[in-house]
Structure formats: structure tokens, C-alpha cells
Ligand binder design. Sequence first.
Ligand SMILES: Cc1cc2nc3c(=O)[nH]c(=O)nc-3n(C[C@H](O)[C@H](O)[C@H](O)COP(=O)(O)OP(=O)(O)OC[C@H]3O[C@@H](n4cnc5c(N)ncnc54)[C@H](O)[C@@H]3O)c2cc1C
Length: 399
Amino acid sequence: MNFYDLYDERLSAAERALVQAASDFCRGEFSVHLLESHTQGRAYDVSWIDRWAKEGFLGLQTPSELGGHDASFICKIRVAQAMAEHGFAAAFAINNLQGSVTRVARSGSEKQRAEFLDGMLSGRTLCAPAMSEPDGGSDLGALKTKARRVDGGWLISGTKSWVTNGSIIQCANLLARVDPIGKEAGETASFLVPLADGPTLRREELVMPGAQSFRLSRLIFQDHFVPDWCLFDPPGQAFKSSMASVNAARVHVAAMCVASARAALAEAVGYAETRQAFGKPLLRHQGLGWELAEVSLRLEAANALVLRAAIAVQTGKAALTLAAQAKKFAVDVATWGHDQCQRAMGAVGASADHRLAMLSSETRLAAFGDGTNQMLLDRIAKGLAKDYGPSPMQKESDQ
Ligand SMILES: Cc1cc2nc3c(=O)[nH]c(=O)nc-3n(C[C@H](O)[C@H](O)[C@H](O)COP(=O)(O)OP(=O)(O)OC[C@H]3O[C@@H](n4cnc5c(N)ncnc54)[C@H](O)[C@@H]3O)c2cc1C
């Protein structure tokens, strides 16, 4: 039984080869390194991003005429899943870089592509989205970072928080509010902000226990100059444009959650097949076997929902509700499933140097980015009447 077969049958031969190459890259030395660095309480080494870039994976969805693979959305999530089976935070963070390359390649101006794209594809210019702020994560409308027009460009002032890869990026795709005069005042705009450290930019690391590989940081700007050509979404369009990619981002995270939980289940089953207790393997004790069976059941349900949402995103069908449902359900199943798998392995599964402990502490943080559970339920609730009504019992004349 291949957990990913329904995804893989939608890929072209070239895409299947990419997924295989990603899978080969992640298993072996990289996988060992992820666990070692986690056990030592540090992030994985950045040199792995160079190696990943050399394989062309940062250009996964970049058009081929610009040097990328032009891969489909389902191919992109399969590549992310190949990494998430070995380390969730690394998969989240490295694929987050790839997302910025795609945005610049598809929507950047000619000048932006000329200045940034080569460096982004090669891993020399790492770029990440910076939207959340200390006072506004879920409520993005509350953002306070200001962009003030000056001769030849803009001055950015404010604080961006929980920026994935924040300690290593050279560029941020940053959301700010235009300040303070003129017809654009108060509108949101986005910028590609070069991040040379200096008196106008300070970085502070934000430590998430057991999840250093996200490299979360706070970026504090004070009159940080960006030239005019770095304006990405003009005033009034940035909010809409950020929301346009939210469904894909949610399904992407959900797909990595199911991959991480699947890896945990495989570990737990392997262990329970060989570990003896009371004269037989753990797995043959009904109480434990049923617990892992329950994990497999919910995991298959989450996988099916993620695939349905992924197909909707890829084919341009309505995906707002499905993406929210897939992320909420996959995060919950993975968080609960990791716990079950760890318990099935006794003290071994809970040890700091075991991959399950790493996958569990990293994957639980998926509950925050790209919509918390409450925000996702809110989204689903708003669509209930449209998505599930009217009742089939209702007479046609009443509709
Ligand atoms: C691992 C990780 C990576 C991240 N990466 C990035 C990144 O790269 N770039 C970036 O910009 N941000 C990033 N974030 C930030 C993330 O987007 C925010 O944490 C998220 O939006 C939630 O915002 P908050 O933490 O401020 O929580 P808050 O918005 O303060 O929410 C706190 C709690 O209140 C609940 N809540 C809020 N509003 C409502 C409501 N209306 N109804 C019911 N409940 C509500 C929330 O669901 C949550 O449980 C990352 C976060 C994490 C943990």
C-alpha cells in the first residue's frame, strides 16, 4: 500500500523523478544531520540549503524559461512531504524559501526578477514572507509597520515577528501600511526588502523549544530604506494578493503534517513489531495494536482530505473551505497521532534523541502559521450555508 499513490498518479514522469530525487536527497546524510542538530538544540546547517538549491529545488514552481521546473502544485507538496518525513521544521522552512522564489518569478517586475531571481534560485539570496507582528498575527488588518514615501523609495519602520528563516534571509517580502498622507494613506503594500544588517535593521532570535530549525526571528526596522523598484504589491493590492495564496499555503502545510505523522506511525509500528513484552511483540497486544490502528485510520482520512483540497487548488476549483478543513484536520491528526506513536514506544519514543520527539515538537507548531485552528473553523463556519446547504429535503419551490 503506497500512502502517496493517489498524489503520484497525478504527476508527470518528470515530476515523479523530482519527487524521487527529493526523497533520495532527504534520506541518509541529511536525515541523520537533522536529528543530530535537533538533539544538540540547534538548527540544521545552512549549507544544506545550498545543496538543495544546487539540485534545483528552490525553483520547483518557477517557469522553465526562467530557469525553474514549472512543477505542479501537487508535485510541490510531494517534494515537501519527502522532507517532512525526516524533519518537519526543515521541510517547512526550506519550502517557505521556495514559495518566495515562485512569487518573484511569477509576479515580480522585470527589474525585480533581474535583481533577485538568479540569487534566489541559487540560494545566495534567501527570501521569506514577513507579515505577522507582535500585535497582529491572526488579525493582519491590525498591522502597524509603516512605509513612508521619500525621494526614490520608501522608509520602513516597525517590527515583524515569527519570521521563518528570519535569522538567515537576505530579503523579506514584507507587508506594511502606507503612511501618512496622500490618497494611498492607510492602504497596505508589500515590498521586497533587502536586509543588510545595520543601524536601520535589528534581528532578534525567537526560541521555540525543540524546533530551532524554523529559525524564527523578529525583524525590527527603523527608517529602513527600500528603493522604489522594490515595491511588490502596490498600495491597496497587497492584502488581496497575500490572501490569494493562502489556500495553497494551508494545503501545503497540511500535506507536510500528514507526511510527518505517517513517518511517526511507520516508526512506531516497526518498533512494536520487534519489541517483546509478556512473551510476544507489542503489536500483537490488542490494546496497543488498536491504538495504532486508530492512528492509521485518522491518518488515511486526513490524507484523503488533503488530496481533495490539493486537487481543488491545482485545478483552480473553489478551495477556501477545503483548504481550511484540510489544514485544521491534518494538524489535529498529526499532533494527536505523534503523541499516540510516542506512547506506543514507551520511554524510547519520548527520548530527546529519537526522531519522534523531534517530529512531534516541530509539527505541533504547524497549528499557528497560515491560520490557527480557531481562524480555520471560523472560515469553515462562514461557508456552511453555501457549502452544505440547502437541505436535500427542502422542496425545490422553497429554494
Ligand atoms: C512555526 C511558525 C512559523 C511562522 N512563520 C511565519 C512567517 O514566516 N511569516 C509570518 O509573517 N508569520 C509567521 N508565523 C506567525 C503566525 O502566522 C502567527 O503566529 C499566527 O498568525 C497567529 O498569530 P499570533 O501568534 O499573534 O496569535 P493571535 O492572533 O494573538 O491568537 C492567539 C490565539 O487567539 C485565537 N484567536 C485570535 N483571533 C480569534 C478570533 N477572532 N476568534 C477566536 N479565536 C481567535 C487564535 O486562534 C490563537 O489561538 C509563524 C508562526 C509559527 C509558530
